[in-house]
Ligand binder design. Sequence first.
Ligand code: SF4
Length: 349
Amino acid sequence: MSANVPVLEGRDLTKYFWVKQGRGPLARRVPVHAVDRVSVRLDAGKVTALVGESGAGKTTVARLLARIIKPDKGDVLLAGRPAPSGRPRSYAAQVQMVFQDPFASLNPVHQVRHHLVRPLQIHHMANGNVDAAVADLLRRVALKPPGNFTGKFPHELSGGQRQRVAIARALAVRPRVLIADEPVSMLDVSIRLGVLNLLADLRDKEQLALLYVTHDIASARYLADTIVVMYAGQLVETAPSASLTDKPAHPYTQLLLSAAPDPDRAQPPHLEGRGAPPSLSAPPSGCRFHPRCPFAMDICKRQVPPSIALDTNHIAACWLHVDPAERQANENGQVLTAGQPLDNESKKR
Ligand code: SF4
């Protein structure tokens, strides 16, 4: 496989969930725009962090990439080829997921050994020596000596140890991609760092392509090579971690960073407390962030901002980064950039 081909890629992923609104004869089903044209790539030996507030659509993107749910539009490519429909065993063997709550993801009536033996046997990964394979998995997630853990039940482990068992179970099938959905958010602060370091080790030593889903941009900055920021179901900024956190280009990324603890920051956060995310059954027109944005202009309320390349691999979807003349031309309906022309309905507003 060429180095430029991502191990796993989502292109223009779009997902709506239909919910009932109203009561009685007036009740109707309306779409919740959970994910709207989101593209993300995962490369071998790299961590990509998907960051945003609760309800931004991060978990939906993770589940779309894992093929747990189907997109309404868009494609998932595994090693450059269209992923099979559904989640067949061949796909699950390459793309594994670790969930937020390690206690819920481990069956409380089974010992650690059972949780690890099952995937080894189903996917024929034990090479004839199940006990050695279980011990190897436990060592890889730093649960040593393995003999101290194989006979334990989930309730006999700490939260961090449980999450390590869940990661070991995912590794049992030798995946190329690990999708970790808020893997440390339910753990004590004191043990989060250990699990993040374990994920970094797996990236470096096993060349896993890792998707780290989190609401915490500080931990994304610590762990990830690339950060992708989502707001209200859309991708708003993507860049290498250092460049995104040093020079955030999108006001929403600035909001996230201003809310993250940073002992070195001299200025007090200037965007904190600016409202809440919108309803996704009736998302705001134009830029979905405009009701909360201190820099919002008229065009932001009417037209979806184009994605602008600011630097190498640094892209932000914001009208602030469009040349004012082009912005004005878009306002007048003469579309010069990737912004969408106004439709008749919008022109009347
Ligand atoms: Fe703010 Fe406009 Fe940029 Fe949206 S497009 S983030 S409203 S300046």
